[in-house]
Write a protein that binds this ligand. Structure first.
Ligand SMILES: Cc1ncc(COP(=O)(O)O)c(C=O)c1O
Length: 396
């Protein structure tokens, strides 16, 4: 029995993180200060993108991404049913429609084959590609479809900071217009709540900045209301700003950014630790015939935000609820990530989605269980998890 409860994921905060956050509290700027742009610069540099915009949450990042791409009411956004609801909801915030393509059971990400089937029948404006669990989706195949069917790509990279696809870091936007991240405490790095958006397109970047702050900008050359903007000598009025679109307050604070900067320094170490745990788990479950372990394609680096096993509950003769409870009784937290989004009442009522619409997603959902993986997990705990899981998931 563990002397602490192990959640499926959690943050790792050290003394330096605490010092960096505390020092902001003594400074002039708690928000709208220099740490935000420093965090953005360091982040863009790490993932290899030209621009980064920090914001309030991963959900805000997705909403801003749709706004910056000028998604309109009635436009069509498609994503994977196996994701957090936010990847689908971002279209709804705007009045656009949400559709889904099935997943590939090799990596639990969107299946290019299923996507193409839909593209042949339906006009899709934006595809939100989710790098599920931290395993990069098949970006080259999806990119080929983008060229053929003319849609934009938002990578929902909330699980995949530190992941690599064909030598390019996730977030580099090599195959997409935009990539979005979350810094919720379960994610690869944390700022409490927080998000980041990366892009290589200057226009998109300017739009993101504008929508993050109420639709306001202060780019002199873009001012429309010349009379208000400039004095008689043609100098710009110091107080002047212009609201050209309906935006939001989706800002991150300097307090959060200070934590983000310090967490980002440790991302490679965090991913190394996550990958090490995954390797030990893979070995530990290899002989268990009731468990399917996650796969990693040869051309990617899995960031292992989640370690999700598929369990044959039928053969086991126990329900997932029973298994979760037994593990919980042993201080092992697990989670089901995710309930297929098309089966959420909001979506099934609005669009008529039903059981059987996305068979692979539903098959995955029937079997998945995410077990603890996070950088602070001790070696002894990893082996204890393996022993308990193998003990509970076995036919006596
Ligand atoms: C795939 C995915 N997209 C988006 C989000 C939303 O991020 P946040 O919780 O920071 O709003 C999450 C977080 O749970 C997520 O896992």
């Amino acid at each position: 029995m563990f002397d602490r409860f192990l959640p499926y994921s959690r943050q790792l905060i050290d003394k330096e993180d605490i010092e960096k956050v505390s020092s902001v509290l003594k400074d002039d700027f708690l928000t709208q200060g220099p740490r935000i742009s420093l965090f953005e610069k360091k982040f863009a540099n790490y993932v290899g993108a030209k621009f980064a915009v920090a914001c309030a949450t991963g959900t805000a990042a997705l909403h801003l991404a749709c706004q910056a791409l000028k998604l309109k009411p009635g436009d069509q956004l498609l994503t994977s049913p196996i994701t957090f609801v936010a990847s689908a909801n971002c279209a709804q915030f705007i009045g656009a429609d949400t559709y889904f393509a099935d997943i590939d059971l090799k990596n639990y990400c969107i299946s290019p084959k299923s996507l193409e089937k839909i593209l042949k029948k339906r006009k899709i404006d934006v595809v939100v590609v989710v790098h599920m669990s931290g395993h990069p989706a098949n970006l080259t195949e999806i990119y080929k479809l983008k060229k053929r069917y003319n849609f934009k790509i938002i990578e929902d990279s909330c699980h995949a900071l530190g992941g690599i696809y064909k030598k390019k870091k996730i977030g580099s936007c090599f195959y997409s217009e935009i990539s979005t991240f979350s810094f919720h405490p379960v994610k690869p790095i944390t700022t409490g709540e927080g998000g980041m958006i990366t892009t290589n397109d200057k226009k998109i970047y300017e739009n993101l900045l504008k929508f993050r702050t109420h639709g306001i900008h202060n780019i002199k050359k873009n001012f429309l209301n010349k009379k208000l903007a400039f004095d008689k000598s043609g100098k710009v009025n110091q107080w002047y700003y212009e609201m050209t679109d309906l935006g939001f307050n989706y800002r991150i604070t300097d307090i959060q950014s200070a934590l983000g900067i310090n967490q980002l320094k440790k991302i490679n170490q965090f991913i190394k630790l996550r990958r090490k745990i995954a390797k030990i788990y893979n070995k530990g479950f290899a002989k268990n015939k009731l468990i399917t372990i996650p796969q990693e394609s040869t051309d990617v680096k899995h960031a292992y935000h989640l370690y999700t096993i598929l369990i044959d509950f039928k053969k086991l003769g126990k329900s997932r609820n029973e298994v979760m409870q037994k593990l919980k009784d042993n201080n092992i937290g697990t989670q089901v990530l995710y309930i297929p989004v098309h089966l959420q009442p909001y979506y099934s009522k609005k669009y008529g989605f039903k059981h059987g619409d996305y068979p692979y997603a539903e098959k995955y959902y029937g079997k998945c269980l995410s077990i603890p993986i996070f950088p602070g997990l001790k070696k002894k705990e990893i082996y204890q998890v393996i022993n308990k899981v193998n003990q509970i998931i076995s036919i006596k």
